[in-house]
Design a protein around this ligand. Structure first.
Ligand code: NAI
Ligand code: MG
Length: 394
C-alpha cells in the first residue's frame, strides 16, 4: 500500500493539463502515493447543479490531502443559462467551489510563496540609476486569510427589508437610505478575531522557522477601521510573542507601489482574503507570473495545494498545450513539504530552478510570446516538454 493517498481534482480547462504533469514529477521524485480522482468545477455545475459534489467532499474528508488544478467560474447569467434544463428554476445559485471548499474544511491559511528563480527572463528588474538595470532577489511569502473577509459570500443585490433595517441603524447608511433597493448591491466584509489570530500566528511561525526578519501586515486600518483594525491589533499582540521578528505594517495601496520599487524589502506578508489575493498576485508578477505562482490552502485537518492561476479557457483546447506546468509542480512541492517530505520538496524546487537557470527549455510565457497555438514555431516548449525537463533535472 502507498504511504500517502492524494485526492486529485483537475477541474476545468488547463487544470486538467497541468495536474497530470505534476503527478509525473511526483512519481519521478519518488513520492510514494496513490491518487484518487475527484470531480469539481463548471461541468459539475452544468450537469449536476453543484460545482463541488458531495463525493469530492467525502474523499477529501477521508484522505485529507488534495491537489487541485483550476476551475472555471462564470457570471450569474451564464451560470443560469448553462445549467441543465431539468435543474433550472430550483433556486440553485452558483458559488465558487474552491471558495466553498476552503470554507467547508476551514482551510483558512493560504500560503503563497513568491520567490524568484535565477535566470528567469520574467523576473522583475529595475533601473539602477547608473544607466544599467538590477534584478533584486524576491523572496516573499504571502499568508492570506482564506475563509472570511469580502469572500465570505454574504452579499445581496436588492437587499431584503431586514437587511436594510439593520443597515439603517448605522449613521453612515443615511447617505444611501433614499436609494431604491433594487439599485443597491452590498458585499459584507467579515473578520473574526480567531481567524485573524490564526493567520497572523501562521505567518509568524513560518517567519521563525525559515529565518525571516520581518512580518508585514498589509491591510487598510486607517479606513477599514473595524476589520483591518482588528487584523492590525491582533498582529501587534501576536508579534509580542515572537522575539527578534519585526512587525511592519503597510496599507494595501501603498504596498502595491512599494513592492515594485523595493520588493526585496519584504519577507513574510500577512493580509485578509481580498487584499491577500491581490498582493500575492502582484508579488507573483515579479517572479514569473501565473506560470510560477503556487499555493497551499491549509486547515487543521485538510490541506489542498493548487496553482493560483485559473483554467485559462482560451488555451484549454489547443491540440498541443502551451501552458507552463511549473506553478502546479511547485504547488505539488508545497504538498511534499506539508507531509514532511522535505528533501523531495527541495529537490523538486531545485529541479525547476535548474531548468529555469539553464534556459534551454522554456514555455511560451517565459519567452514573452502571446499565447497562440503556433508558439512552438518560435521555439517554445509545450507543457509536457517543460515537465520532461524538470524530471530530467531531478
Ligand atoms: P487565468 O489564470 O485562467 O488566466 C489568465 C492568463 O494568465 C491566461 O490567459 C494566460 O495568459 C496566463 N496563464 C494562466 N495560467 C498559465 C500557465 N499555467 N502558464 C502560462 N500562462 C498562464 O485567469 P482568467 O483568464 O482571469 O480566468 C479564467 C477562468 O479561471 C475564469 O473562469 C476564472 O473564474 C477562473 N479562475 C479560477 C481560479 C481557480 O481555479 N483557483 C483562479 C482564477 C481564475
Ligand atoms: Mg487570485
Amino acid at each position: 500500500m502507498a504511504k500517502y493517498t492524494v485526492v486529485t481534482m483537475p477541474g476545468d480547462g488547463i487544470g486538467a493539463v497541468v495536474l497530470p504533469e505534476a503527478l509525473r514529477v511526483l512519481d519521478a521524485v519518488g513520492f510514494d502515493a496513490a491518487y484518487v480522482h475527484a470531480d469539481i468545477g463548471w461541468e459539475c455545475w452544468c450537469k449536476q447543479g453543484n460545482p463541488l459534489p458531495q463525493e469530492t467532499l467525502d474523499l477529501l474528508a477521508e484522505h485529507r490531502l488534495g491537489l487541485f488544478g483550476a476551475i472555471t467560474s462564470k457570471p450569474k447569467p451564464e451560470a443560469e443559462a448553462e445549467l441543465a434544463e431539468e435543474l433550472r428554476d430550483q433556486g440553485r445559485v452558483y458559488f465558487s467551489p474552491i471558495v466553498a471548499m476552503r470554507q467547508h474544511f476551514g482551510l483558512d491559511v493560504c500560503v503563497r510563496p513568491c520567490r524568484s528563480f535565477a535566470g528567469n527572463p520574467l523576473n522583475f528588474v529595475r533601473q539602477d540609476g547608473r544607466g544599467g538595470v538590477e534584478e533584486p532577489e524576491v523572496d516573499a511569502v504571502i499568508f492570506r486569510q482564506n475563509t472570511e473577509g469580502l469572500y465570505a459570500g454574504i452579499e445581496w443585490s436588492d437587499p431584503p427589508e431586514q437587511v436594510l433595517e439593520a443597515l439603517r441603524t448605522h449613521p453612515r447608511f443615511a447617505r444611501f437610505a433614499d436609494c431604491d433597493p433594487s439599485q443597491l448591491a452590498i458585499s459584507l466584509r467579515v473578520f473574526t478575531r480567531r481567524a485573524c489570530e490564526r493567520i497572523v500566528t501562521a505567518a509568524f511561525d513560518y517567519a521563525r522557522k525559515h529565518g525571516y526578519e520581518s512580518v508585514t501586515v498589509c491591510e487598510k486600518p486607517n479606513v477599514l477601521r473595524e476589520t483591518s483594525g482588528m487584523m492590525e491589533a491582533v498582529a501587534k499582540e501576536v508579534a509580542s510573542r515572537y522575539e527578534g521578528i519585526w512587525l511592519r505594517s503597510t496599507n494595501i495601496d501603498a504596498q502595491m507601489m512599494w513592492l515594485t520599487k523595493n520588493p526585496e524589502d519584504y519577507g513574510v506578508v500577512v493580509a485578509g482574503n481580498l487584499f491577500g489575493d491581490i498582493v500575492s498576485d502582484a508579488f507573483a508578477g515579479l517572479v514569473g507570473g501565473l506560470g510560477f505562482a503556487c499555493s497551499g490552502n491549509v486547515g487543521d485537518e485538510v490541506a489542498v495545494f493548487e496553482p493560483t492561476h485559473g483554467s485559462a479557457p482560451k488555451y484549454a483546447d489547443f491540440p498541443r498545450s502551451i501552458v507552463n506546468p511549473c506553478a502546479m509542480i511547485l504547488s505539488a512541492a508545497m504538498m511534499l513539504d506539508h507531509v514532511g517530505e522535505l528533501e523531495k520538496a527541495q529537490r523538486t524546487r531545485d529541479a525547476v530552478g535548474r531548468v529555469v537557470r539553464e534556459g534551454k527549455v522554456r514555455s511560451y510565457d517565459m519567452m514573452k510570446l502571446s499565447g497562440r497555438p503556433d508558439v512552438f514555431d518560435q521555439g517554445a516548449a509545450d507543457s509536457a516538454e517543460m515537465t520532461d525537463a524538470v524530471i530530467a533535472a531531478l
